[in-house]
Design a protein. Sequence first.
Length: 570
Amino acid sequence: MGGLIATLTTIVTVGCDAPTRQLAPLETGDRGMVVSADPLASEAGVEMLRKGGNAIDAAVATTFAISVVEPFSAGIGGGGFLLAGFPDPAREDYQIQALDFRERAPKAASRDMYLDENGEVIERASLDGHLAAGVPGTVAGLFTVHKYYGQLPWETVVAPAIQLAETGFPVSEYFVRSLERRRDVITANPAARAIFTRDGQMYEPGEILIQADLADTLKTIAADPRSFYTGEIATAIAADMAENGGLITLADLEAYTPIWRNPLCGNFRQFQICAMPPPSSGGVHLLQILNLIEPYDLKSWGRQDPDTLHLLAESMRIAYADRAEYLGDPDFVAVPVRSLVSGGYADIRRSQIDRERATPSDEIPPAARDILNRHIWESPETSHLTVVDGDRNVVSLTFTVNGGFGAGVVAAGTGILLNNEMDDFSVAPGVPNLYGLVGGEANAIAPRKTPLSSMTPAIVTEGDRLIMAAGSPGGSTIITTVLQTVLNVLEFDMTVAEAVSEPRIHHQWLPDRLLVDSTTPPATVEALRRRGHEIVKRDGWGNVNAIVVTPDGQLQGAADPRRDGAAVGF
Ligand code: GLY
């Protein structure tokens, strides 16, 4: 089986001392805070706050800036999800809005488009090249949210990204490593090769990357964002697609619309947790796992205690089994969201957990539909950034081009690196995607359908008090990474710096293996192995960017020490 776990490169021998974990620096602020995957992008956001903009302005500027400095993870050639929260003291509540600006399948997409005449999956067809791309949503999403809630002029929030593209920035070691991994596909596409290599030679860390075409494209977007969908940028993308066997047409771009969705909220202890509903699986399974573990006093057990980790792993296994069967685009298939996040359903599933032994995944099938029906709820490579402003408005935004450098192709003349989000569909039942996730009918390809996501931007509140906001990249591991970050703060009373730094685990049902952070204490790893878990140790994954509001109202932010991000407060 391919996917995330099969492609691990860093396996640490069990029995050795665990490598020492790094602790993120803790940044504080009162008037605002931006935490993103890149210091230049966080600065771009804070610049908006300093100019009198709000969290939306800062988030839009940061997102555009990430599109320039982190093209390997997310960009205007991809899509994402935004959760925004606004305090409502009159109702002692937070108003949470959710915007889906994820890629959609082109109209000409079809269920078997990645299968050959024998019904076999054509290797890498959903991952490399123009056919892998879905219709991008980032520009429409940012423009939509800014139109509703932004305060600064649109050109102002796009400006920092234009400057970064025009004058360049030093590429990081991570950037170069990511480029190396995608060298073949990038050098095969003339437009990508011209931008991301020096005539075929890889950049060295610290060298300046200038993206002149992208700067021009961003200037056009600053003048008129609709040009991405109906104007000169759209024409260039459609022409490049037609020339290279891609499916995205001008009509697909014209038809693109972001969708406001009802955020999916539930309770854990006294807190309200809100996250994205389908077509993300993030919210459903974050709440489902929280329901499964809620009766237990994990704090008294300890964060890295084998009992805690075993319970988390078994709960994750159940959630991902249901994900494979039931989750898909709710505009195309009926997703039993309310049942999956209901307390009654959690009670049934909890009773299937053996607290002493790992239950093999083939003994944990997805729930039978009739069980779900009996429990209708009585009364519902990627980049993440988190922003809070002086009024405690909050944005939690995750966006992506999917795999490293997306499809590895740039629409000629635009500088726009295109996503390979089509791989997030099930290309065939039971065939794992890039992250080893399997799916079925609910996530089959259909024209204009949205591929299922794991992106989990989350906001935690208590009444009209903001507690925290967080998110992470990491494909299939996003949900469990956000889950543990939230638990680290809510259940284990960690600071935000400790919460993003703490070792994590991940189980996704199939493959039936438990990923453990290489910094997990060896005795804990051995105890989990004795319970029957097949352990894969790995250098940390995910890249959480989180902000916590302390009881006295101070903002504390931290970027995951596993990567290059930065929290900037003021
Ligand atoms: N492309 C990763 C996700 O959306 O989950």
